[in-house]
Design a protein around this ligand. Structure first.
Ligand code: PAF
Length: 285
């Protein structure tokens, strides 16, 4: 086991399980933050929340191949082991679980989670197999780390809802703690993929959250017609020359069913592409 300050790095699932067992026996609450690394301020708020609540915090860094489709950015996805270790140590995280692909998917691995309807909308049709890959790895990580709670960000809203549903459906005794989206000063939601943006694309990208804010303003002004609300966002995006729009939709925040008339608490979610870089964002009305 490697150590950096008070952070210990574990690679092997059996070592992680031993630590988790010892925590449980000692009656220490264990918080968990699963990540794919390249940690930014968004991740840090998740980690800080766990450190604040739990006796022991485990973060994982694992770029999960099964949630990337063919032609997606698995190989290009930023890896920054040294930087991640330093940030986690500074936040007071106790353990970093940093497995190899063969630890998570050993030879012969074949059982996967199939998420239901919640995975069929929003990002689902644009990223076939993505949410099954996410649910499968999260289930594995939960079984290895066996936390009392796990912290997820609302930036990946659909992922959050799918994980919450999986935990309920499989009777897992793990509380899912939700944290708000962390934004750059111009409103862009923090994401590891923002690093792919050129200076020009980065300027355009500010219009993604602006489009959502326009919907929020119009809704507060009394408009609940989703067609009109969405047209407003579409206008903002096209003005910024963001024309490659996977979806902008208003949906029930729990079932993710499509709305025609928006009500308070509804989810407004979008995904756009800026020359191949896919950005997602959402607000709750
Ligand atoms: O949100 C992420 O970073 C990933 O989807 C997760 C939850 C770590 C699973 O690989």
């Amino acid at each position: 086991m490697d150590s950096v300050g008070t952070l210990s790095v574990l690679n092997c699932p059996s070592d992680m399980k031993k630590i988790s067992d010892a925590c449980r026996k000692a009656g220490r609450e264990l918080g968990f933050v699963p990540t794919m690394g390249a940690l930014h301020k968004g991740h840090i708020t998740l980690v800080e929340e766990s450190v604040r609540r739990a006796d022991v915090t485990v973060a994982s860094v694992f770029v999960n191949p099964t949630q990337f489709g063919p032609g997606e950015d698995f190989n290009r996805y930023e890896r920054d082991y040294e930087g991640d270790v330093e940030k986690l140590a500074r936040c007071g995280v106790n353990y970093l679980f940093y497995p190899d692909i063969s630890d998570i998917y050993p030879d012969g691995f074949q059982t996967t989670v199939s998420v239901g309807n919640l995975g069929d909308c929003l990002c689902g049709p644009f990223r076939p197999g993505h949410f099954d890959g996410v649910a499968t790895v999260v289930l594995k990580l939960f079984n290895i780390v066996r936390p009392d709670f796990a912290v997820f960000g609302r930036k990946d809203y659909q992922q959050l809802k799918i994980v919450q549903k999986m935990v309920r459906d499989f009777d897992m005794d793990i509380e899912i703690v939700e944290m708000p989206i962390v934004r750059e000063p111009d409103g862009l939601a923090m994401s590891s993929r923002n690093a792919y943006l050129s200076a020009e694309q980065r300027i355009k990208a500010a219009s993604v959250s602006k489009a959502l804010r326009e919907i929020g303003k119009k809704f507060k002004g009394g408009c609940d017609d989703c067609r009109i609300l969405l047209a407003e966002a579409d206008k903002v995006l096209r003005m910024a020359q963001i024309n490659d729009i996977d979806y902008i939709e208003i949906r029930d925040p729990e079932t993710l069913e499509l709305r025609h008339r928006a009500v308070e608490g509804d989810l407004v979610a979008l995904a756009v592409r800026l020359d191949g870089t896919r950005l997602i964002d959402n607000i709750v009305l």
